[in-house]
Write a protein that binds this ligand. Structure first.
Ligand code: GTP
Ligand code: MG
Length: 398
């Protein structure tokens, strides 16, 4: 790990809370297949943390070589000026390769929930001799395809699900494939959709006491969603000056140039300025939400036998463990609550649509009846006129 990442700055962020043992930071990448997630991880940590993809092999239909096919955890320990970070990087298989992509992201959601659950179980053990295993994800980078249009319905769906579980950071992938003049509009369209759809993305807090860091946070917020490029090669632009980037006939797109992409801003947010906020907010917001939903659903499902818990406000860890073990997993998982809600919504929509269809049908029948009545009246009038005429003719004949 090179020195410039600056993890030694971490103790300055919220120093009182950081223990001498350093911190654990877990980063996840996810998004459609082939957007450069694995490449980005290597670029971010400036190492071959993961094997690179060979473009010629990737496009061979008969092999999945280098394509990430499983949730893959890479662990590393970084140390800078005696401050230690235990880093977990979770690479996920890209979705979007299947005809039906609706479920391809389920394993990722399950993974996030499982980590919260496993942490909660460990916390509730009466005695915790062994070290707590904590793989709760502190930041999830969601890679967006650089289409220049907007977010796809699938992106919206997945981002919504992720944002209730994890600090979600949207990232525009492969910026170099987007025309420079398209970026601003693309970004603002994405921001509009995120706002309209009420997707809760991670926002760096503005520290009002510290103008410099507030200014930096403001710049980060304005740059969201960060547009990045993954490293391909290092080029010598001037003698002894090496630059990482991607070379095109019109020039070099530099990874670490703020004028070219937001890579440096994103790296700063993740590894320098906001790592501790990401860790703490995961614990304070996402883990707490998971915990209360889980225990809440547990309490409701156990409403009939609350005699076991003497003090309602403070159930003992033993009671909680007993409840968690007794109940089938299905009832606890917030994912099933979401699915249940989605089913209810679908059902209500279907009923509404059927009702609407029935009303329309009824209205059509009434219209048809009125029209027929009108026709009948007209016919009767004509008949009467003809009868009158016949009568007149008979009279004139006599
Ligand atoms: N033009 C361009 N190509 C990139 C960039 N980043 C990665 N690539 C290329 O895109 C291809 C896919 O990269 P990966 O990193 O394997 O993509 P991935 O998102 O991990 O793919 P899955 O594992 O299938 O989900 C490789 O050929 C990379 O060289 C980028 O910023 N710009
Ligand atoms: Mg990959």
């Amino acid at each position: 790990m090179p020195e410039k990442v600056g993890i030694a700055n971490l103790p300055n962020q919220r120093h009182k809370i950081v223990s001498k043992q350093g911190a654990t930071f877990t980063l996840m990448v996810c998004g459609e297949s082939g957007l450069g997630k694995t490449t980005f991880i290597n670029t971010l940590f400036e190492t071959g943390l993961k094997p690179y993809a060979d473009p010629s092999e990737r496009h061979n239909k008969f092999t999945t070589l280098h394509q990430t096919v499983d949730i893959d955890i890479v662990r590393a320990e970084l140390e800078e000026k005696n401050f230690k970070i235990r880093l977990n990087v979770i690479d996920t298989p890209g979705f979007g390769n299947n005809v039906d992509n609706n479920d391809s992201w389920n394993p990722i959601i399950d993974f996030l929930d499982d980590q919260h659950e496993s942490y909660m179980r460990q916390e509730q053990q009466p005695s915790r001799h062994s070290k707590v295993k904590d793989l709760r994800v502190h930041a999830c980078l969601y890679f967006i395809r650089p289409t220049g249009h907007s977010l796809k319905p699938l992106d919206i769906d997945i981002m919504k699900k992720l944002s209730t579980r994890v600090n979600l950071i949207p990232v525009i992938a492969k910026l170099d494939t987007l025309a420079p003049n398209e970026l601003d509009t693309f970004k603002s369209r994405i921001r509009d959709v995120i706002e309209a759809q009420d997707i809760n993305i991670y926002t760096p807090p503005l520290d009002i006491d510290d103008t410099a860091s507030a200014e930096h946070a403001k710049q980060l917020i304005e740059a969201m969603p960060f547009a990045v490029i993954g490293l391909e090669q290092v080029y010598e632009t001037e003698p002894e000056k090496f630059v990482k980037g991607r070379k095109y006939p019109w020039g070099l797109v530099e990874v670490e140039n703020d004028a070219h992409c937001d890579f440096k801003k994103l790296r700063s947010l993740l590894l320098r300025t906001n790592m501790l906020d990401l860790i703490l907010s995961t614990n304070e917001i996402h883990y707490e939400t998971f915990r209360s939903v889980k225990l809440g659903s547990d309490a409701t499902t156990n409403g009939s036998d609350n005699s076991q818990t003497t003090n309602k406000d403070e159930p003992s860890s033993h009671d909680l463990m007993k409840k968690l073990q007794k109940k089938p997993r299905r009832l606890h998982n917030p994912k099933f609550k979401e699915e249940e809600d989605a089913l209810k919504k679908y059902f209500t929509e279907q009923v509404k649509a059927e009702e609407q269809r029935f009303r329309q049908w009824e209205a059509n029948i009434v219209n048809e009846r009125n029209k027929l009545n009108q026709d009948l009246e007209e016919m009767q009038a004509k008949l009467k006129a003809l009868e009158d005429l016949v009568k007149k003719l008979q009279l004139s004949k006599r």
